[in-house]
Ligand binder design. Structure first.
Ligand SMILES: O=C(CO)COP(=O)(O)O
Length: 153
């Protein structure tokens, strides 16, 4: 796959998502990192976003609730180049009716080389990294090049 480089701005776009059994853990993590998160643009699936706003006092651009398509909305934002980091505390113990959407979000994050944190430890590493705090270059699929190649065949 052809790749191109994008440079992330100092203000990051961070998507926050947690399954029901993980929401308390994510809220606690958001409170702990309030200062790290507050300057950035934050997105969240519907319930996660509302709970973070209510309990961690952060402003979240709230999408629709996960089981109704919120994971897919975050995936769409990723393909549009509008998300830089994904913090997704998914539940490793419980199958969910929208498991295909969860899998699709994790897949599209891998396709677009999005840093993903799935638990508090990996999210700690993420926000403490110099890459989160400064600007950084990331390789992403070169869609125009990809399309040109597909049309030539
Ligand atoms: O189900 C989710 C992610 O798969 C999260 O959705 P809610 O934030 O609406 O609970």
């Amino acid at each position: 796959m052809l790749q191109k480089t994008v440079t992330m701005a100092a203000t990051k776009r961070v998507a926050l998502v947690a399954h029901d059994n993980k929401k308390k853990e994510l809220v606690a993590w958001c409170k702990k990192h309030h200062k790290d998160l507050a300057p950035h643009t934050l997105y969240g699936t519907g319930t996660t976003g509302a709970v973070i706003e209510r309990d961690a006092d952060l402003t979240i651009n709230k999408l629709i609730s996960g089981p109704l398509g919120g994971d897919q909305q975050i995936g769409a934002l990723i393909t549009e180049g509008k998300v830089d980091f994904l913090i997704f505390f998914w539940d490793p113990f419980e199958p969910l009716p929208h498991d295909p959407d969860v899998k699709a979000l994790l897949r599209i994050a891998a396709v677009w080389n999005i840093p993903v944190a799935c638990n508090p430890a990996s999210a700690d590493v993420m926000v403490h990294s110099t890459l989160f705090r400064g600007s950084f270059d990331r390789q992403v699929p070169d869609y125009e090049g990809y399309l040109k190649e597909r049309l030539a065949n």
